[in-house]
Design a protein around this ligand. Sequence first.
Ligand code: ADP
Ligand code: ZN
Ligand code: ZN
Length: 740
Amino acid sequence: MSRIAKVAVDLSLDREFDYQIPDELVSTVEIGSRVSVPFGHRHVNGFVVGLADESDLDELKPISQVLGEKSLITEPVMELARWMSSYYLAPFETCVRSVLPAIVRRKSRGEKKQLTVSLVNSNAKEAGNLICEDLTDKQRAVFQCLEKNGTMLLSELIAAAETTASPVKSLEKKGLVHISSESVYRDPHAGVEILKTAPLELMPEQAVALEKIVTAMDAEKPQTVLLHGVTGSGKTEVYLQAISHALEQGKGAIVLVPEIALTPQTVDRFRARFADKPERVAVLHSSLADGERYDEWHRIRSGEATIVIGARSALFAPVKNPGLIVVDEEHEPTYKQDETPRYSARDAAVMRGHRENCAVVLGSATPALESYCNAKNGKYLYVDMPSRVDDRRMPEIRVVDMRLEGQRDGKRGLFSKELVFEIRARLDRAEQTMIFLNRRGFSASLVCPACGYVSECEHCSVKRTYHKARHRLICHLCGDEQGAPDRCPECGSPEFKYSGAGTEKIEEVMAKLFPKANIARMDSDTMRKKNAHREILSKFRVGKIDILIGTQMIAKGLDFPNVTLVGVVNPDHALHMADFRAGERVFQLLTQVAGRAGRGQVAGEVLVQTYTPHHPAIQFARRMDFEGFCDQELEFRKELFYPPYSHLTCITLRGKHESQVEQTCDLLWQCLEQCVSSDVMLSPPVPAPISRVRGEYRWQILLRAEKTGEMTRPVRRAVAAIKKWPKGVRCTIDIDAASL
Ligand code: ADP
Ligand code: ZN
Ligand code: ZN
C-alpha cells in the first residue's frame, strides 16, 4: 500500500505536493480522490494525482480528510490529463480540473432530495373510514388523494389536493401517512417517449465496415479506425452495432458528437436502440441543467450508465471499461477547446484509446486532412463506405454563378432565378427545402453610400451586424450592441444601405416571394429557448414547415427524408478568410450541407450560389471528389509546410496597448530564435487576422515542425526567459491550432 499521496491543490500553483496518508485512510485514498489537506496555516482541497512509496522530503503533513465516497477521476483519465498538460503546455492542475464538470467538482453531494408521501396502513381504506370523522376537510382530501394514487411527491400531492403542507403534516402526526426523503434522478429526457428500435440489416458496405471495426475492437492492441462514409451511408447504424458488441463484452462506450449536431434527434437514435434498459445511456452536453449534469455524471461513475453520448468534454466521462470511443464528424473544428487546456478531443480520444486499450472510431464524410493522412500512412485503419444506403443517389450539385445573374437584367437579387424556380417546384410537390447561410442577423453591415462610413465595433476590428427585428447593431465577436442610427453618424446622410444578407433578411425576402409557404429560421438568435430546437425540428419533420432557413446549425447530422432541395447562399466569405484551412472548411461545409438533401426516396438537388464558381473547393465539392480535393490541397500544404505535413503552434499575445503587445512579441520572437533548432520553422510576429477583440490588440507568432515535441521545449524556455512580462500583456499558446 502506498503511503505517500501526490496532491494538486486548488490554488493554481501548477505543481504537486507530497502528503502522508494516515493509517485510517490508506484503504480509501486512491488516484482521483478529492481530499482536504493542511496548507500553510489553513486547509485547502485538492485531488490525489499520484501515489508513491517514498518522498524526497522527510517531514510530510498528513491528509486530513477524504471528501466523498469515491475517487472522481479514474486512473486512465488522470493519465490523459497528464498527457494534455505536457502536450498542450497547460498547467497540470487546470487539466485535472477540466476533466470534471464544474458541478461535480464543486459539490461532493449534489443530488436532489424530494419528499414523498405514502399511506402508512396498507389497509388504508378501513383505517381511513374509522377515523374519517376526526379529519378536517383538507386532511380528508389529502387522504383520499393518496388512496387513489398511492405514493406521491409532496409537491404533487399538495397540488392535487389543492391544499398546503400543513394537513399532510397533521396526518403524519396522527400516524396515518409517512413522509420520506428520497433522492430523485433529474432526467434530462423526462416526458420524452421513445420506442425501441431493432438493429437494421446492414448494407454490404456497412457489414464490411462493422466487421473491420469489431476486429479492431477485439484485437490485442485495439486500433484507431477512420470510417470515411459519405453522407447517408449509414455510419450511425455502424456505430450502434459496434456499441452493442462492446456491451456484449461487458464494456462501455463513449460517443462524441459536435455540440451543434447533438440534437435531440441524434440522442434519441441512441436511446431508442438501447431502450430495453434506458438507464444505460447517459448524455452530457452544454444545455443540461447543472443538476441534470451532476446526476448523469454520477450515473456513469457508479456504472449504471455505460454508454455516454456527449460533446467534447464527454471524452473524460468516467466510463469504467470502455470498449469503443466514437468521434463522429471528426473533422469538426469545435472539437478543439478554445481555452486552456486547448486540447483536441479527437486527438485526446486516440490517446485515451491507447491508455484504456480500446478501439477508437473517427467517422466523417469529409475527414480532416490530418486523419486522412494518418490513415493513408497506416497509423489508422482506413475503412470507407462510398455509397448511400439502398444505393440512394447522391444529390446533384449545381453551381450558380451570381456574377452572370446580375448581367442578365441588371438586377442582382439575393436569390438566383434558378433557386426561386426550384423552391417553387418543391412547394408544388409538397417537398421540403433547406436554405443555408452562415451568417445570422439581417445584414452583414451598415454602409453609408454618401461618405463610405461602415459601422465597426469599437472594441474589435470587425464590422457590426444589423439585426432588424431588434433594430440594433451587434458585434458577433464580443456581443456589444447599440441601437441602429437613423442617420449616418459621420455625414448625417439618411440613406443607409445594408450590404450582405443574414438569415433574418433571407427569411424576410423568402416570405415575400412565397407568401403561402411555412417558413422557419433556425440560428443562435432563434434558438435561445431551451426546447426551441426540438420544437422546430419536429415541426419540420412532420411537414408543418416547408422551408427551413439556418446557419450551420442545420448543416450537421440531421436526417429528413422529405428534403429534396438544399440552397447554399454565398459561401464565398468563408473562402476569403486568412486561414490556410479556408478551402478545406468550405469543401467540408458544402459536402455536409449537400448531405442533407435526398435522404428519402426522391433524389436530392443542391444549388450553390457563389461569386467564385471556379474556386477548387467549390468545384471539387460539386463533383463530390474528396480524393481529388485532398490531392490538390495536400500538394499546397506540403509546399508550404503546413499541417498535416507539420504540427503548428500559434502563440498569441494580447493587451490593451498595441505598442506594448508588439514589442513583447518581438522580444519573445528573439528568444525563440535562439532556442529553436533548425527543424523548426519560425515565422516573424504579425498582427492576428482579427487584430483587435474586446478592446485588446493581438499579435501572433507561428511555429511549425514535424513533431510537436520539437517546439514545446523551446517555447517553454522562451516564455520563461522573458523576465519581465509587461503587466497588461497575456500570452496563450495553442498547439495544433484549429484556426488562425
Ligand atoms: P450518415 O450518418 O452516414 O450520414 P445515417 O446513419 O444517418 O447516415 O443513415 C442514413 C439513413 O439510412 C438513416 O435514415 C438510417 O436510418 C438509414 N439506414 C442506415 N443503415 C440502414 C440499413 N442497413 N438499412 C436501411 N436503412 C438504413
Ligand atoms: Zn455617411
Ligand atoms: Zn466587438
